[in-house]
Design a protein around this ligand. Sequence first.
Ligand code: NAP
Length: 183
Amino acid sequence: MKIFVTGHTSGIGKACFDMLSPLYDVNGGSRRTGWDVANSENYSDVIDCDVLINNAHHHIGQLELLKYVYKHWQNKSKTIINIGSAGKDLLRNRPLERLDYNVSKKALETYSFWICENDKFCRSMMYNPGFVDTPLVRQGFDKWPKEEQDHVLSRKMDAKDCAEAILFMIQSKHTIKELTHSH
Ligand SMILES: NC(=O)c1ccc[n+]([C@@H]2O[C@H](COP(=O)([O-])OP(=O)(O)OC[C@H]3O[C@@H](n4cnc5c(N)ncnc54)[C@H](OP(=O)(O)O)[C@@H]3O)[C@@H](O)[C@H]2O)c1
């Protein structure tokens, strides 16, 4: 089985890459290896794989990648794991400048749910991590309200926990619409 992981050089993507590589034929793409999800010319690299872990977040890049891949994988026996966020619905006190993140994850989720409910062969599943201490979430973290910082730190997950859950989703014979950790 061939797997493509976007954002495979840090955090959740790296944990997936490291855990899956001894088991499957795994390739990855990150900007530091010359693969940018913001550049649609890269998307064709995924097509001859069986599984996409749509992990790297960049504006609407995850949605664009999902749409492109699904055009080729429609009604085929393929698996897409989209990395959303357990915090996608947390809007109260959310700074307006961070709302684009929620919007992009909700759009990704809507598209994935549509595939899930309409395609009998291609599995598209949402995996929504809780708080994992990575460079991405540390951006601007010190500006979060102290109470929220304490709350998420008390529930901190390891990226390996996420990789284990993703491995479970890939190996399941069923379609798991979404798997969401508590935030
Ligand atoms: N950490 C959390 O608490 C948390 C919670 C909920 C959801 N998530 C989601 O989990 C996913 C992974 O986040 P993470 O926390 O593991 O982040 P991370 O540790 O900062 O890693 C991000 C990875 O994505 C790559 N990347 C970033 N921008 C990219 C781009 N434009 N094109 C290709 N690759 C790109 C990075 O490599 P380069 O810099 O080399 O490109 C790196 O390999 C994201 O979708 C995020 O929204 C994370």
